[in-house]
Ligand binder design. Structure first.
Ligand code: PLP
Length: 381
């Protein structure tokens, strides 16, 4: 099955009892047993629910994995993955990381005795320097948020194989439409399904996908024992969203490209961060591991005046000022005062999050309207 067919069919069959084409929402917590222990594969909905199973199998197929496991949010899936570790273990992670991931690592799991190192993963020598006998996991996010750096998944896969580490890739920004980390040496792919996968800004959910039987067994044990599972209605919504993933991503990429070029040529815009530019410092890696360059675009303003950035993000119409990303509608964000506000100014500026950095999640509207929306707001500053 090819990708666009998988999005619609993988994990799903017409309902055998009624012929319903859409996977039913099995809104039930428990299942009848004919005699004790004699049941039809489902006994209790924390352990398993048929709507969730359809979604989990669909995700496994899209990522070229064998097992998919869904959780109540992206962070709940991160929580489950880190619970594969024990006190004393060490994780080496990207430094340019989703804020919530940084928070759960640093403020929750550090207190359980797990140690996290944050490094720029573009230079692999920096990773090797940190590896010791306690290192158990590599954690990468690519493209990164909000600077859109690209990390070479294949070379990290080699390092993790040589040192027997569990290599996790947060594939939220790219989605399996653009890149499939399990094919490039990752052991676990993690998603916030809240973003592009669900795609309609109406659900919060997460997932972990892998190929290895033993790893999957451990993750199932954690999923069932800790219990952060999504409900059947939300599973249905994500399953429905995924049916158009390939169409949406195609348009996100086309629109992202148009917007990136428009911004690059605008006199009030200083730098534009988008991995599709040949001048992007990781363009070659992006070309190698991604099918296209995605719909996330970040930029800064000439003069770097905070008031101008705040005025710009408050004066767009179709680009709504909000956190999150990946929905059909375009969003605009100001990392320094929103997602990265908790990080001290000097710290955030080291990774490029300066006062006029603006992040766009380019939606699937008609691009002419999006360009004129930005143009009008830029004219006001
Ligand atoms: C949103 C996000 C998460 C967290 O997911 P939630 O569904 O919000 O819990 C993790 N990683 C990335 C890259 C994200 O964008």
């Amino acid at each position: 099955m090819k990708f666009g067919t998988k999005t619609i069919h993988a994990g799903q069959e017409a309902d055998p009892s009624t012929g319903a084409i859409m996977t039913p929402i099995y809104q039930t917590s428990t299942y009848k047993q004919a005699s004790p222990g004699d049941f039809k594969g489902y006994e209790y909905s924390r352990t398993g629910n048929p709507t969730r199973t359809a979604l989990e199998n669909n995700l496994a197929s899209l990522e070229n994995g064998k097992y998919g496991l869904c959780f109540g949010s992206g962070l709940a899936s991160i929580d489950a993955i880190i619970k594969l570790l024990k006190p004393g273990d060490e994780v080496i992670s990207t430094n340019d990381l989703y804020g919530g991931t940084y928070r759960i690592f640093n403020s929750i799991f550090e207190t359980y005795g797990i140690k996290f190192h944050f490094v720029g993963m573009e230079e692999t020598s920096k990773i090797e320097e940190l590896i010791n006998n306690n290192t158990k996991m590599l954690w990468a996010e690519t493209p990164t948020n909000p600077m859109l750096n690209i990390i070479d998944i294949e070379s990290l896969g080699e390092i993790s194989k040589n040192h027997n580490l569990i290599f996790v890739v947060d594939n939220t920004f790219a989605t399996p439409y653009l890149q499939r980390p399990l094919d490039l040496g990752a052991n676990i792919v993690m998603h916030s399904l809240t973003k592009y996968m669900g795609g309609h800004s109406d659900v919060v959910m997460g997932a972990a996908i892998c190929k290895d039987d033993e790893l999957a067994q451990k993750l199932y044990h954690i999923q069932n024992s800790c219990g952060a599972v999504p409900g059947p209605m939300d599973s249905f919504l994500v399953l429905r969203g995924i049916k158009t993933l390939h169409l949406r991503m195609q348009r996100h990429c086309e629109n992202g490209k148009e917007i990136a070029h428009f911004l690059k040529n605008h006199p009030k815009v200083d730098k534009v961060f988008w991995p599709g530019f040949e001048s992007h410092h990781n363009h070659e890696i992006a070309k190698k591991q991604m099918e296209d360059f995605g719909g996330m675009v970040s930029f800064t303003l000439v003069g770097n005046k905070l008031e101008q950035a705040l005025k710009l993000v408050s004066n767009t119409h179709y680009f709504t000022l909000a956190e999150s990303l990946g929905g059909v509608e375009s969003l605009i964000g100001h990392p320094a005062s929103m997602t990265h506000a908790a990080i001290p100014k000097l710290e955030r500026e080291k990774t490029g999050v300066i006062d006029t950095l603006i992040r766009l999640s380019v939606g699937v509207e008609d691009v002419e309207d999006l360009v004129s929306d930005l143009e009008k707001a830029l004219n006001l500053i």
